[in-house]
Design a protein around this ligand. Structure first.
Ligand code: BTN
Length: 260
């Protein structure tokens, strides 16, 4: 059981989270967000939240698994007022807001390109941003956030690569507070996207990234290749040193980057 009111009393935002559509059980908060948008039943800043997401969507058509009553799964719907060229930066900003929130619990969170959230070398959260396009324009962005919070164990297929805040902190975590902290930070970061200079987002992401100057493998022109991850450029795209050249990859061109 989650208590939307407990999220609201911890918000310092102007619009994010002021409306909470809460469901005890849902297939996917991103899917529900699309349905509500199509029925004209959602406004910018609203979140769709569930205590049990049973058919969650991950990136690259993968599934996202969550545990009833233990995970955080929600989608924030926004009407973007920034230029579409800033979309990669938005995705990085969401990662920053989650990593900084986890750091408030004195846990050492880091980010893996483009926006996986890690503690030590295990993943504890992910982000799936989708868009609703009307008349060739992005009308709404659906920012789906999944975090492993109070899980004390994982399925054998996940246990070597996944962790939760509970496992790392060794004490239960109040999920409502985490959601409010993420929304508080994210609203401020998204305001920065409206400004010309996105240096703060680039710097914060770079400081949180756990694989700068490390060897990474990536999918490029349908082939898996290896290079050195050098950082991100002003548009939030990845700079990879490869064959004595630097190539730039955006989040739609690449599948994933693995630490090898
Ligand atoms: C990833 O693959 O790392 C992204 C996972 C994103 C999962 C979240 S949980 C809330 C929202 N609803 C979904 O169905 N997926 C996203």
């Amino acid at each position: 059981m989650l208590f939307p009111q407990l999220i609201k009393v911890n918000l310092k935002t102007k619009s994010f989270g002021k409306v909470i559509e809460y469901f005890q059980k849902l297939n996917s908060t991103n899917k529900e967000a699309f349905d509500l948008i199509n029925k004209n039943k959602v406004s910018s800043g609203s979140i769709i939240l569930t205590d049990f997401q049973y058919d969650g969507k991950g990136r690259n058509n993968k599934k996202w698994f969550s545990s009833s009553g233990k995970s955080i799964t929600f989608s924030l719907v926004i009407e973007p007022s920034f230029h579409p060229k800033k979309l990669s930066l938005l995705s990085l900003a969401v990662g920053i807001s989650i990593a900084n929130t986890i750091k408030k619990l004195n846990l050492n969170a880091s980010l893996k390109w483009p926006n996986d959230i890690f503690i030590k070398d295990k993943k504890c959260g992910g982000i799936l941003i989708e868009s609703k396009i009307l008349q060739n324009k992005i009308k709404y962005l659906i920012i789906g956030i999944g975090i492993n919070v109070n899980e004390n164990e994982f399925d054998s297929s996940l246990q070597n690569i996944s962790t939760s805040l509970f496992i790392e902190k060794k004490s239960p975590i109040q999920r409502e507070l985490i959601i409010a902290w993420i929304l508080n930070e994210l609203e401020l970061l998204i305001k920065l996207l409206n400004q010309e200079n996105s240096g703060d987002i680039i710097n914060s992401w770079t400081n949180l990234c756990n694989h700068i100057n490390k060897k990474v493998s990536f999918l490029h022109n349908k082939k898996t290749k290896e290079g050195i991850f050098k950082g991100i450029n002003n548009n939030g795209e990845a700079i990879i040193q490869f064959d004595n050249n630097e190539i730039v990859l955006n989040q739609t061109q690449i599948f994933d980057v693995f630490k090898s």
